[in-house]
Design a protein around this ligand. Structure first.
Ligand code: BV8
Ligand code: ZN
Length: 265
């Protein structure tokens, strides 16, 4: 059943399965949560491959065409235009009930870890709003950081902007072009962070996978690390993904609706 765009109401989650998974979560000494663009979709952040991408200017580009070092080398104005548009759009988005349910779930208990593929800061904002310590490990970097393409210096960018990009921003120290502080396709992830994520997946009694198409590696390989180590995997997504057949339980529907049901108990 195609649940894209939520034209059709998601099926009511199976109450027994919700109860069962809540029991697994409570008894789990270590829980890893892996999130993708789908958890931020209901905050208004466009996903990469699914519906809901803002129509118009960027509709004709695929992320794999713009989020690459080659695209930046070929046309830095185009790539900076895309990131500037995303910074302005994402800077106006707020956490949704899915981010908040995760932040509440981690508050007051140990052993909950969060790894995100997202480059927005909505997990951090939900944690700040709710006094939760659940801060994500960003495997693909952050939309709100600049990095010098020459000397590698990095610094935070204010989400509120303005995010003008002409003339193209340059490093004050070495005058090289600045680039967004994200990991592009074809670029290595930070080895240390990937090691930490892999160890969390290895140790997790349960890995909860929320809102990812499971297509981008090495992040997409993390749930299988949990499975191979004997842990459980639970998936929350609008639709089935390549992970679905191996997951112990799958809840089809929107994260903003399902996570509070699953985590608030
Ligand atoms: C690497 C940051 C070693 C930038 C991103 C050939 C050549 C070169 C590389 C490769 C190749 N083949 C494979 C690779 C490896 C490549 C890869 O996996 N490619 C894929 C496309 C096949 N990976 C890499 O390049 C990585 N580096 O491997 O280095 C190397 C080096 C050289 C050569 C080989 C290997 C680097 C990957 C990081 C790329 N950077 N983002 C930016 O954001 O601008 S990836 C980008 O995709 C985002 O980070 C995003 O998080 C990520 C994954 O996407 P999802 O989060 O899953 O989002 P998506 O839209 O796909 O899906 C949303 C899901 O949510 C859907 O399932 C939908 O149903 C669901 N959903 C929607 N709404 C809701 C919902 N669910 C619940 N509720 C809702 N409301
Ligand atoms: Zn520099």
């Amino acid at each position: 059943m195609d649940l894209r765009g939520e034209e059709m109401p998601s099926p009511e989650p199976n109450g027994e399965e919700l109860q069962e998974v809540r029991g697994w979560l409570l008894e789990a000494e270590s829980v890893l949560v892996l999130t993708g663009a789908g958890i931020s979709a209901e905050s208004g952040v466009p996903t990469f491959r699914g519906g809901g991408v803002e129509p118009g200017l960027w509709d004709r580009y695929r992320p794999e065409e713009l989020a690459t070092p080659e695209a930046f080398a070929r046309d830095p104005e185009l790539v900076w235009g895309w990131y500037s548009w995303r910074r302005t759009l994402v800077g106006d988005c707020r956490p949704n009930p899915a981010h908040e349910a995760l932040a509440r779930f981690a508050a007051g208990r140990r052993g909950v870890h969060l790894v995100t593929q997202n480059v927005d800061h909505l997990h951090e904002e939900a944690a700040r709003n709710l006094g939760s310590s659940l801060l994500p490990l960003h495997l693909h970097g952050s939309l709100f950081r600049d990095r010098c393409s020459g000397c590698g210096k990095e610094w935070d960018v204010q989400p509120k902007g303005p995010h003008g990009t002409m003339p193209l921003p340059r490093c004050e120290s070495c005058h090289s072009l600045l680039r967004p502080g994200v990991v592009w396709f074809g670029e290595m992830l930070d080895a240390g962070e990937l090691d930490v994520a892999a160890r969390l997946a290895q140790q997790a009694a349960l890995t909860l996978v929320v809102g990812t198409s499971g297509l981008v590696y090495p992040a997409a390989g993390l749930p299988r690390v949990t499975l191979e180590a004997g842990g459980r995997v639970v998936e929350v997504n609008l639709e089935p993904t390549p992970l679905t057949p191996q997951a112990h339980r799958v809840f089809l529907g929107s994260a903003a609706r399902l996570l509070p049901l699953l985590l608030d108990g």
